[in-house]
Design a protein around this ligand. Structure first.
Ligand code: ZN
Length: 219
């Protein structure tokens, strides 16, 4: 490669690159290189390889996108309390058309938001009898399929549940496992946190629970 060293060779590479960059296809670039006697063959091979690499990586380059989700449900006596697909023993459960799993709902909205695909209210209408009492973990599998159809790969999910009672964190591992399985990703990519509202506001008075989530995808 001794003859492709120095400013002259570099200048030649850049010139050839500029001329050929409007051509499409490696064969056209190769034909041009063959015609151009002034350019060194190795320099032209270098240009062809570089252009092909730029074209290849430009084609397959992925974008990172994030989505945000928030949800809240009222608590009602006698309803079963399901959070992250885990049933908790509690005097009250969340009210809703489905199982009212507020944590799963926030996570699904974050995932749909990351690919700008509406929200769960659009895809699972609360007037549709198909979704009455349905497990939100099952709905999450549908969301996973929607993302896959768009070519999105889930990188991670972070979430926070806001509830005064019961204690959430002892069962966080089960919840993470349910969600990771539904989404087909590693449990290490699912984060669940919980906080009380220090007895402030509707959540603090135990009128309901709320959850927020952020999801990152590669598309
Ligand atoms: Zn909800």
């Amino acid at each position: 490669m001794s003859h492709v060293q120095g400013d002259t060779a570099l200048g030649r590479i850049l010139r050839v690159n500029l001329v050929v960059q409007n051509h499409t296809g490696i064969f056209e670039r190769r034909a041009y290189a063959m015609r151009n006697r002034r350019a060194q063959p190795r320099a032209q091979v270098f240009v062809i390889v570089c252009n092909s690499a730029v074209g290849y990586f430009g084609h397959t380059m992925k974008t990172i996108r994030t989505g945000i989700g928030f949800d809240a449900h009222r608590l009602r006596k006698g309803r079963s309390l399901v959070l992250g697909g885990v049933e908790f023993k509690h005097t009250h459960g969340l009210e809703g058309h489905s199982d009212a799993d507020v944590l799963c709902h926030a996570i699904m909205d974050a995932l749909l938001g990351a690919v700008a695909d509406g929200d769960i209210g659009v895809h699972f209408k609360n007037t549709d009898p198909r979704w009455k009492g349905v497990s939100s973990i099952a709905l999450m599998k549908t969301v996973r399929r929607r993302l896959k159809a768009k070519g999105a790969r889930i990188i991670n999910v972070d979430s926070t549940l806001m509830a005064e009672q019961p204690r959430i964190m002892p069962r966080a591992q089960e919840m993470r496992s349910n969600i990771a399985t539904a989404l087909g990703i590693s449990i290490d990519s699912i984060s669940i946190k919980a906080t009380t509202m220090e007895r402030m506001g509707a959540v603090g008075r135990q009128e309901g629970m709320a959850a927020m989530a952020v999801a990152t995808v590669k598309i």
